[in-house]
Write a protein that binds this ligand. Structure first.
Ligand code: HEC
Ligand code: HEC
Length: 442
């Protein structure tokens, strides 16, 4: 991941932490605590936007236009919206889209809701921002098979497009790659899933959910342990897990160069999923019933299985139906239309209080403390006192570090011989962030 990627994702994360939106959900089995869960699943009141790509109405309008733009594809007949269709939760209703060469693509088209809060993109998290993500499908031979330079020339020659770019980027009106990426990203950040019946319950309406749906929610956060990974109002921890699907796809593993992350995929949001069947990275499960059956009994045993996945869940037929009933409450009754939230620019590092210590814990997938100050020459020791495998990574300035698989009980040490600011993350759980300031020797 690039340093820019770290910083960007970090800014978003800081705001999530500020808003209390991540973490704190996967507590041990406790009696159902209504107020606690209402807090854990509360929706935010703003949409995060990065400082270097503020959301303006003109940019969002341009992004929406580009999302439908077939001139971005090699054959001139495919747009982003060909695969990401509004009425299908910005997915396409098939297990795998047929690519340019007539063969199915490697993975299912994911829905695009709530990506403004995303920390990494694609099923395997290989893109670090929506801005960098957008260029991939355009030039992908099997997807849009476009040529960016040709497409930009063609768009630039269209007076209406020219005008739309000028309105969106008044300081730098060129029809160029950077602006194209920014506009597409700004538009996609506005795809915020609307409130559903579940949100009415979260806001205090006890009658918003039927008794079997409530029972399903209690299972979701209780015995079935779904909340270990599907947490917060978007129902994702943004982390990578192997949930034991039979697919041969190695997912996150090759991206990190880490066998321990093989078969791990990004936890998908569960919002508006009624509209985006079939499910999973390979589209292999057709219904919510199939999904619940998978968790209850079909899990493939592999050394890479997520530590957050319950070994065995006993669910009766009634309980499975209740879980499915609950999943349905996270979707709209009619094809959903994006909700609107005011944008707020993210800033990174303002809230983390730095501690002068050289030892950091990783319990409950959190670096603690989250910000440290070291002296030049001092080594940072990061202890895995968690139940999960981690992958400590640092990228720049002028330094990189990769712990490979850091098993529970392992400690890694990173030496710093240059002053500066460094961001440390876990490659498997990118929501884990540690900010390191190395002070010069006086
Ligand atoms: C041919 C079908 C197709 C087209 C056209 C297409 N996509 Fe996708 N999109 C996919 C597939 C398949 C994936 C998942 C690929 C993966 O994870 O390896 C994906 C993933 C994504 C993601 C990541 C979502 C997430 O949850 O991480 C975003 C964002 C996205 N596409 C936006 C776009 C944009 C913007 C365009 C137009 C420039 C576009 N897509 C064009 C099929 C398509
Ligand atoms: C260990 C983390 C973890 C746990 C626990 C977990 N999930 Fe998932 N869930 C995931 C991941 C990761 C995926 C995507 C897997 C893939 O495609 O390979 C997923 C996919 C899904 C999907 C499909 C979403 C889509 O758009 O494709 C649904 C629905 C779902 N989970 C519901 C549940 C329910 C219900 C439970 C509890 C019985 C549960 N999950 C427990 C991590 C988890």
């Amino acid at each position: 991941m690039t340093r820019e990627g770290f910083a960007k994702a970090g800014r978003v994360l800081a705001s999530l932490l500020l808003a209390g939106l991540v973490g704190g959900a996967a507590d041990e089995a406790a009696p159902f605590d209504t107020e606690h869960w209402r807090k854990v699943f509360a929706r935010p009141d703003h949409m995060p936007t990065p400082a270097d790509n503020p959301a303006t109405p003109e940019k969002i309008v341009l992004g929406a236009k580009l999302f439908e733009e077939t001139r971005l594809s090699g054959s001139g007949d495919m747009a982003c919206s060909t695969c990401h269709q509004a009425d299908l939760s910005f997915s396409d209703g098939v297990d795998r889209h047929i690519g340019h060469d007539g063969q199915p693509l490697g993975r299912r088209t994911p829905p695009l809701w709530n990506l403004a809060w995303g920390l990494s993109f694609f099923w395997d998290g290989r893109a670090s921002s929506l801005e960098t993500q957008a260029m991939a499908p355009i030039e992908n031979e099997r997807e849009m098979a476009g040529n960016l330079q040709t497409a930009l020339r063609e768009l630039g020659a269209d007076p209406q497009m020219h005008q739309a770019f000028a309105a969106a980027f008044p300081d730098d009106p060129a029809v160029k790659q950077d602006n194209l990426a920014k506009a597409l990203a700004a538009f996609q950040r506005t795809l915020i899933s609307p409130e559903t019946r579940f949100d009415r319950w979260v806001k205090g309406d006890d009658k918003a959910l039927e008794p079997d749906e409530m029972a399903g929610f209690a299972l979701f956060v209780g015995k079935a342990s779904c909340v270990a990974c599907h947490q917060g109002w978007r129902f994702t921890d943004e982390a990578f897990h192997d949930i034991g699907l039979p697919s041969e796809d190695r997912g996150r593993g090759p991206i990190l160069g880490l066998k321990a992350a093989d078969h791990a995929f990004k936890t998908p949001s569960l919002r508006e999923r009624v509209w985006s069947a079939p499910y999973m990275h390979d589209g292999s499960l057709t219904t919510f019933e199939d999904v619940v059956d998978h968790y209850a009994k079909r899990i493939v045993q592999r050394p890479t299985l997520s530590a957050d996945l319950p070994q065995r869940i006993e669910l009766s037929t009634t309980e499975r139906a209740q879980l499915v009933a609950f999943l349905n409450t996270l979707s709209s009754d009619d094809p959903p239309r994006p909700a609107s939230l005011p944008p707020r620019t993210m800033s990174w590092g303002t809230n983390a209080e730095a501690v002068a210590t050289s030892t950091v814990s990783q319990k409950d997938r959190r670096f603690s403390p989250g910000a440290v100050i070291l002296k030049v020459g001092e080594a940072l020791r990061i202890l895995n006192d968690d139940t999960r495998v981690h992958n400590v990574r640092l990228d720049g300035p002028g330094k990189s570090f990769n712990s490979d698989a850091q098993n529970p009980g392992d400690t890694v040490a990173i030496g710093f011989d240059q002053p500066g600011h460094y961001d440390v993350i876990c490659g498997i759980h990118p929501e884990m962030r540690l900010s390191v300031d190395v002070a010069p020797v006086p």
